[in-house]
Design a protein around this ligand. Structure first.
Ligand code: PEP
Ligand code: MG
Length: 740
């Protein structure tokens, strides 16, 4: 491979060598072009005339799939696979079996290497490993071409060193604006030696590595990051659980005992886990997968002689880490004081890394698909944790605008800080309660930091989602007590578990559903399987001994459902009382108003509920029939449409007439324009993400709500032709000098 021929010639020899040694009919190399298309760049076995002609679009066909997932694909009957894309010019239809592996270098996918044969069979594990190793060599050849400037005509157009400014849209999982320098996180390379020379020596190697791994994880649990908050401590404790997991270590030992090297054993066990967990579409299960990958990577690093532990990786002072995914342990191997942001191709809101990032104040953007193909270590980066955008190699003008926003953000934070202790009273004298949406221990310091009036929505399911097992009664009680303690005299409204649908727990049997959002979820599960709900209510009652307890039920659709749920609660109070346990000194049981059917029963529900909290995220999704998690439709309809405002006003008025306190939670309560409109409609309590408190309060302090009501009331009629009152509210704010 180190010949002096042109890169094209080397690639041609490469495919020849593979077909001969692997005894396959076809070997082909697809290389990635700018933009992500894959070009057939060399082949033996397919028609040569297709070389540099056949292009697979990003994600297209089996080749595109291998490139996107960066994982091998091994099929006995490729043409039968749903992703198979038929290309007549290649003549590949007669080949049944297919093995494709990604060509990876430095976390980037450079292309895909494929072997095919006529006989329908799966390639065995050794063949997969061999091809992965070969792909590593191939990566070097390709990069070599890059180093010499890609001057060999045949590979022209396949630029591997991008220089253009580019912007990627991802999802903001932790808020913040930063400007820094890219650092590509390089996962350890797959093992090259598969078979151990001496099994006994290898067994000792593995034992030593496992001991080191455990020591490093123990150090992590004791370390600074783990003490940041209880939640982060719990996360690292979970790590320790994995590291000491007997089954995991047993599988590793068995693999080594069968003759593999320790590295190959780690890979094999990792692949088994991957295969199992990848089948799940559930993000929480996948997050567990990443924890295990994280640990496997750490073990590989130890085996290769690298030292692991806090701050062991070299990075620049203002590093934005780019990775496919990053476990919290891998994160800690970097010096935390140097990391200013993280960008991932995968990740989820509830992944452990996202939780840690929110706790340590490092902005994180996830789901930035394909970003790794376009960034190099050292590239200047602007990370916008407000919009979810990542700007790579930004132009000067963008940089200037971004820095301005960063400084305005700084100023605004100062302004919010100044009004933190002020009550949110409108100019016409209405005292509005500004409450937080929370769910984990990491959120609790935000009460003090933001000056919120309490917690309006405590999403109890979060604790269940980040746990490896069903949280025990005392763990639930403990969390609820901490939330109450953090709030002191300020109220906390606990929402009972809103599980089900797509929020499946790792330890629950998934129930596949066509429409999870309107499926078996929340109170519906609670009523069908009351054990779990009663257990939780028991924990809440115990946590609120001698204190004020506010509990509400999610996704209630009919008044009867609420009555049944409340009866379960009463039973638990009775039980605690029979056992002589101390009871809460005040109890309020409320309902979340999230379904249109309940909205139309507002007077009836007010006869039974002590308070109402409008879950606007769900209410709007059902009202507009637009999935809140589907980006194509989630922003299609404006919640400030007269139709939705009239249902919100109907609820507020219904509650007021019945003297039942009503609040609204969900994202819209935290946006200034929406928030002041809600106040004008009659809402006196808004519960929101922490980032909303400052901006909403500063708008409210300048608002005359009666005046705004006069502006919008004529627009909210049954025959209104206005699409949204947003512009009218904006105009009003301009005239009145309300900061929005
Ligand atoms: C809502 O639906 O508005 C709400 C606050 O609950 P969640 O977002 O947890 O469904
Ligand atoms: Mg909801």
């Amino acid at each position: 491979m180190a010949g002096t021929e042109s890169v094209q010639e080397r690639l041609d020899h490469f495919v020849d060598a593979i077909t001969d040694s692997m005894k396959v009919k076809v070997a082909s190399i697809y290389l990635k072009r700018p933009g992500g298309d894959l070009e057939l760049s060399a082949t033996r076995g397919l028609k040569k005339s297709a070389v540099h002609k056949t292009l697979m679009k990003r994600g297209e066909g089996l080749v595109g799939h291998v490139s996107q997932t960066a994982r091998p694909l091994n099929l006995a009957d490729a043409p039968a696979h749903p992703l198979f894309s038929y290309r007549p010019e290649t003549g590949e239809e007669k080949f049944s079996s297919f093995l494709g592996v990604p060509v990876l270098r430095g976390g980037r996918t450079l292309g895909v290497l494929v072997v095919q044969s006529e006989q329908a069979r799966n390639f065995n594990e050794d063949e997969v490993e061999d091809l992965l190793t070969v792909a590593m060599v191939l990566a070097e050849i390709i990069v070599d071409d890059e180093r010499v400037g890609g001057k060999k005509a045949a590979l022209k157009g396949i630029t591997l060193n991008p220089t253009r400014p580019e912007t990627f849209q991802g999802k903001a999982f932790a808020d913040g604006l930063v400007s820094g320098v890219a650092h590509l996180h390089v996962p350890p390379v797959p093992p090259s030696d598969l078979l151990a020379e001496n099994i006994a020596t290898e067994e000792i190697r593995l034992e030593e590595a496992v001991t080191k791994l455990r020591a490093s994880v123990d150090a992590m649990v004791r370390g600074e990051a783990a003490t940041l908050s209880r939640a982060s401590k719990e996360i690292y404790e979970t790590y320790r659980m994995f590291a000491y997991d007997r089954k995991w270590v047993k599988r590793l030992r068995e693999a080594v005992h069968s003759g593999l090297t320790s590295e190959a054993a780690v890979e094999r066990v990792r692949n088994e886990h991957r295969a199992r967990l990848m089948k799940s579409r559930d993000p929480y299960l996948r997050a567990r997968l990443h924890d295990l990958e994280d640990l496997a990577n750490r073990l590989l690093r130890i085996l290769s002689g690298e030292s692991v532990g806090p701050g062991n990786r070299e990075i620049s002072d203002d590093a934005v880490i780019f990775a496919r995914d990053l476990g919290p342990a891998e994160l800690l191997d970097y010096d935390r004081s140097k990391i200013i942001g993280i960008v991932l191709e995968e990740g989820s809101m509830s992944s452990h890394t996202a939780i840690i990032c929110r706790a340590i104040g490092v902005p994180l953007i996830g789901r930035a698909e394909g970003v790794l193909d376009h960034v190099e270590t050292g590239d200047p980066i602007l990370l916008d944790g407000e919009t979810g955008e990542v700007h790579i190699r930004p132009v000067e003008s963008r940089l200037a605008g971004f820095q301005l926003r960063m400084s305005i953000r700084g100023e605004m934070f100062k302004a919010y800080e100044a009004i933190k202790q002020k009550p949110a009273t409108t100019k016409d004298g209405r005292r509005i309660s500004l409450l937080l949406n929370a769910g984990l221990v990491v959120d609790l310091p935000q009460i003090e930091q933001s000056g919120a009036d309490g917690i309006g929505l405590f999403r109890t399911e979060f604790q269940f989602m980040i746990s490896e097992y069903m949280p025990r009664l005392n763990e639930q009680t403990d969390l609820y007590r901490q939330a109450l303690n953090a709030c002191g005299d300020r109220p906390v409204t606990f929402r009972t578990l809103d599980l089900g649908g797509d929020k499946i727990l790792p330890y629950m049997d998934p129930v596949p559903e066509e429409n999870p959002a309107i499926g078996w979820r929340a109170i519906r599960i609670g009523l069908d399987r009351p054990g779990l709900l009663r257990y939780q209510l028991r924990a809440l009652i115990a946590a609120a001994a001698d204190r004020h307890l506010r509990v509400m039920f999610p996704m209630v659709t009919t008044v009867d459902e609420f009555i049944t749920a409340r009866a379960l609660f009463d039973k638990e109070v009775q039980r605690a009382s029979n056992l002589g346990q101390p009871l809460p000194n005040k109890i309020e049981v409320g309902v979340m108003m999230e379904t249109p059917s309940l909205a139309w029963s507002v007077r009836a529900i007010c006869d039974h509920a002590d308070f109402v909290s409008v879950g606007a995220n769900d209410l709007m999704q059902f009202f507009f029939a637009a999935d809140r998690d589907n980006v194509r439709v989630s922003d299609r309809f404006d919640p400030l449409h007269p139709a939705s405002l009239s249902i919100l006003r109907f609820i507020a008025e219904g509650c007021h007439d019945s003297d039942v306190p009503v609040s609204i939670c969900g994202e819209i309560a935290g946006r200034p324009v929406e928030a002041i409109t809600l106040v004008a409609l009659g809402f006196d309590a808004l519960s929101m993400p922490v980032t909303g408190i400052g901006p909403v309060k500063s708008a409210l302090l300048a608002l005359d709500s009666a005046k705004l009501k006069d502006v919008i009331t004529p627009l909210i009629t049954i025959d209104s032709r206005v699409e949204s009152v947003r512009e009218h509210v904006r105009q009003f704010c301009m005239q009145e000098g309300i900061p929005i």
